[in-house]
Design a binder for this molecule. Structure first.
Ligand code: S3P
Length: 432
């Protein structure tokens, strides 16, 4: 059923928190399942994607229990996985599929991966090419490129690999496979991508070496179970940060958000656009910085976003495009062709949805160009089955006269099941 959102007469005010970080929740389950002993994960993101990661390790015999937002894992360690009896369904989750291909590569058993329509169209060769160089045997649809896919791993050999795409998923898959070699595996990344894998391995007693743009891991390490608390997801906070910046009379504080600098591009770009935004570091969880973000209604100006900045805000680009419709002048997003390989082609989807809402936005091969200062209007918009497109459309409703009607809104459960509850908890009706 479509979701009708009418927030044209509301502003944002108050304090809130957001659910646990998606990237870190996946990795905590992966490392917890590879670590010997007991692991407790608090403030876990109970979204569909992260539940897929839990299910996958349960299929491989790892004992995992959920209670509230806490996950408890008991594992025999890095060599304790068992052959899954059925194909593993990864649903919509690219992170689970790609990172687990790294784990499967180190197992002498056979695994079959399937996913939903979106995941079955997303390229897996970016991961299987380096994993095959390490010795994994994979096959899949269209010459091994897509799910359904099968894999048989075993004793792998270490490699040094320069990433041809700026992808933390590819980097992480290789590093995970590196654990199952008997030497040093190095990944060279021309542009730095999120480093949660590197940071989290330390929390599980593992060793990893980061030297400039090269990350190296020694095979044969044992990991040890631990207790970990997942910070709030900046990619989820980004919906409310953007909303407050572009809605009149708004001021909010979001506390307990992960502020890892490989993820805070949205903060830097909004500030560059003139946003009244402050961060206040409150604590560290392991090597991850955590803090509060305060943001007020802001007069934004257009900007250019390209190059090394792109991986630091790749998932937030739809929101930046929305903010840019309200900025003074032109905003140009370039070097973002990776957006075409997300849950949907996010360049096409953002341009289509914002155009329906009245924006002046043009698609280019590697991004989009947005003319600012436009008034948006209500419309029926497709979610493209993409959680971030659905949520962006809901935020747009704060700006439109009338309502935004979102088709297939259930995809939002992939990363943010309580999104609408949290949104409605922070909006206040304007006094007439
Ligand atoms: C993720 C990495 C990014 C991001 C995705 C999560 C991760 O993908 O878009 O939502 O957890 O490693 P790429 O690595 O493909 O850029």
């Amino acid at each position: 059923m479509n979701k009708k959102v009418n927030l044209s007469n509301y502003h944002l005010s108050g304090k809130m928190t957001v659910p646990g970080d998606k990237s870190m929740s996946h990795r905590a389950v992966i490392f917890g399942s590879l670590a010997k002993g007991e692991t407790t994960i608090e403030h876990f993101l109970m979204g569909e994607d992260c539940l897929r990661t839990i299910k996958a390790f349960q299929e491989m015999g790892v004992q995992i229990e959920q209670e509230g937002l806490t996950v408890k894992i008991i594992s025999d360690g890095v060599n304790g996985l068992q052959e899954p009896k059925h194909p593993i369904d990864f649903g919509n989750s690219g992170t689970t599929a790609r990172l687990l291909l790294g784990v499967f590569s180190g197992q002498s058993f056979h695994s079959v991966l399937v996913g939903d329509d979106s995941l079955s169209k997303r390229p897996m060769d970016r991961v299987t090419v380096p994993l095959s160089l390490m010795g994994a045997k994979t096959d899949g649809r269209v010459n091994g490129k897509y799910l359904p896919m099968s894999i048989r791993g075993g004793q792998l050999k270490p490699i040094t690999y320069e990433l041809p795409v700026n992808s933390a998923q590819v980097k992480s898959a290789i590093l995970l496979a590196g654990l199952f070699t008997n030497g040093k595996t190095s990944v060279i990344e021309p542009v730095k991508t999120r480093d949660h894998t590197e940071k989290m391995i330390g929390a599980f007693g593992g060793k990893i070496d980061m030297d400039g743009h090269t990350v190296s891991i020694e095979g044969g390490q044992q990991l040890t179970g631990t207790s970990i608390k997942i910070p709030g997801d900046i990619s989820s906070a980004a919906f409310f940060i953007t909303a407050a910046a572009i809605t009149q009379n708004s001021s909010i504080t979001i506390s307990g958000v992960g502020l890892n600098e490989t993820r805070t591009g949205i903060i830097d770009v909004l500030k560059q656009m003139g946003a009244q935004l402050e961060t206040n570091v409150t604590n560290h969880i392991g090597d991850e910085m955590v803090g509060d973000i305060t943001i007020r209604t802001s007069d934004l100006k257009g900007t250019t976003i390209a190059g090394d900045m792109i991986p630091r805000l790749i998932d937030e680009l739809p929101l930046i495009a929305l903010a840019a419709t309200q900025a003074k002048g032109v905003t140009e997003i370039r070097d973002a062709e990776e957006l075409r390989f997300k849950e949907t082609d996010r360049i096409k989807a953002v341009v289509d949805v914002l155009t329906r809402l009245g924006a002046n936005i043009t698609e280019v091969e590697d991004g989009m160009i947005i003319q600012g200062g436009t008034s948006l209007k209500g419309a029926v918009v497709p979610s493209y089955g993409d959680h971030r497109i659905g949520m962006m459309s809901a935020i747009a409703s704060l700006l439109v006269v009338g309502e935004v009607e979102i088709e297939n809104p259930e995809c939002i459960n992939i990363s943010y099941p309580n999104f609408f509850d949290d949104l409605f908890s922070i909006v206040v009706r304007n006094e007439s």
